[in-house]
Design a protein around this ligand. Structure first.
Ligand code: ATP
Length: 359
């Protein structure tokens, strides 16, 4: 049985705004789930309903098979880390971490052992006597995490915990949080708008948009089998390229090249005749020049960005713009024409109207 179950959860705020629509999810014990999506898509609202900080307007929330809609935050066995870590400035790291257990009236030896163990997990042992102002942003965030994980809880919720850190600290903390999760084994839900955080940390990702779940799956599933245009464009950097096409005699025109869709879809193409589609391919899923079992296209190079490990090549194909990711040694000249190929299996077709992927 799933540890956490969200069944058709809805949130309608008192002002009538419907922020979350029919959210379904089953979570196993110990899973690390990431909610990701653009600002305002309902991630925090969903997290707050799970935490018991926000009423569930409609639907059922189960913990270990028991209805928990009406349970208070404490009964749910939840610890939460927010974006603003709000440490007590006049207390040492030790006291900040110990605070929750002291409130519960735990005995001193027990608290001491727990604080030192938590500090060890978080690499804070040498900082226990410091005040928060004498710590870096990343260290402060670790104290906030320590304060949350010191209590034995079943569910650990984090709402954009890294957004106050600089890019380098975020990368470090990302792997530290993954490590902490491995050590504690706590079932974790992590909210972010950053797809890289989602891809690198999650067992499973839930992609949201406008209050609706777009797709839930492993990072691999979301990257290779996106359910719709939104997920395809959201996961991956630079994002997937999209070109609007119309199927005519089984063929589509992409930037002046007439591509025979039967090569990719076989007989199934007849069902698509006359349809408007979105033709998608990832910047990194191409090879320069010609290739077998691939569509070959021509494009003008408008701009190149050499990033060290690869070069982003901004191209124009008639009316359409796209980005290609190439080996830096193959960086083409600006204003020249290049040829590139997209393997059939790396082409995604979406229904233009529903935006759903066509298998
Ligand atoms: P962000 O990444 O910006 O935090 P989010 O995905 O977490 O965004 P939520 O904070 O869950 O989004 O908000 C979802 C929607 O609900 C937004 O449009 C927001 O304006 C709206 N909303 C949030 N709180 C309330 C409220 N108390 N009353 C009415 N609407 C609200």
């Amino acid at each position: 049985m799933a540890y956490l179950t969200l069944k058709k959860i809805n949130k309608i705020y008192p002002n009538g705004f419907h922020a979350v629509h029919d959210f379904n999810l089953e979570m196993e014990k110990g899973e690390f789930i990431v909610f990701v999506g653009p600002s305002g898509c309902g991630k925090s609202t969903t997290l707050r309903m799970i935490a018991g900080l926000e009423d569930i307007s409609n639907g059922e929330f189960l913990i270990d098979g028991e209805r928990a809609n009406e349970w208070g935050p404490r009964e749910r066995g939840i610890a939460m880390v927010f974006q603003s870590y709000a440490l007590y400035p006049q207390m040492t790291v030790y006291d900040n971490i110990a605070f929750g257990l002291e409130l519960q009236g735990a005995d001193e030896d027990y608290i001491d052992e727990k604080v030192r163990n938590t500090a060890r997990i978080l690499g804070l042992t040498d900082y226990l006597d410091r005040l928060p102002r004498a710590l870096s942003g990343g260290q402060r965030q670790r104290v906030a995490i320590g304060r949350a994980i010191i209590r034995k809880v079943g569910i650990f919720l984090m709402d954009e915990p890294l957004s106050n850190l600089d890019a380098k600290q975020r990368v470090t903390m990302r792997s530290e949080i993954t490590q902490i999760h491995r050590e504690t084994g706590a079932t974790t839900i992590y909210v972010t708008h950053d797809q890289t955080e989602a891809m690198t940390m999650a067992d499973r990702i839930v992609v949201m948009k406008d209050g609706y779940v777009q797709q839930a799956g492993t990072p691999y599933e979301l990257y290779f089998h996106p359910a719709n245009v939104f997920v395809a464009g959201f996961i991956g950097e630079p994002p997937m390229n999209f070109v609007n096409v119309v199927v005519k005699d089984g063929k589509v025109n992409v930037g002046g090249a007439v591509l025979d869709l039967a090569a990719k879809c076989g007989d199934k193409i007849s069902a698509l005749e006359g349809k408007e589609l979105v033709f998608g391919f990832r910047p990194e899923a191409i090879v320069l020049g010609e290739k077998e079992n691939a569509y070959t296209l021509n494009a003008m190079v408008e701009l190149t960005e050499m990033l060290g490990d690869n070069t982003n090549v901004y191209i124009k194909m008639q009316e359409d713009n796209a980005i290609l990711k190439v080996d830096p040694h193959d960086t083409p000249e600006i204003d020249t024409e290049i040829q590139f190929s997209i393997p059939y299996e790396s082409v995604y077709l979406f229904d233009k109207e529903t935006e759903l992927v066509i298998d």
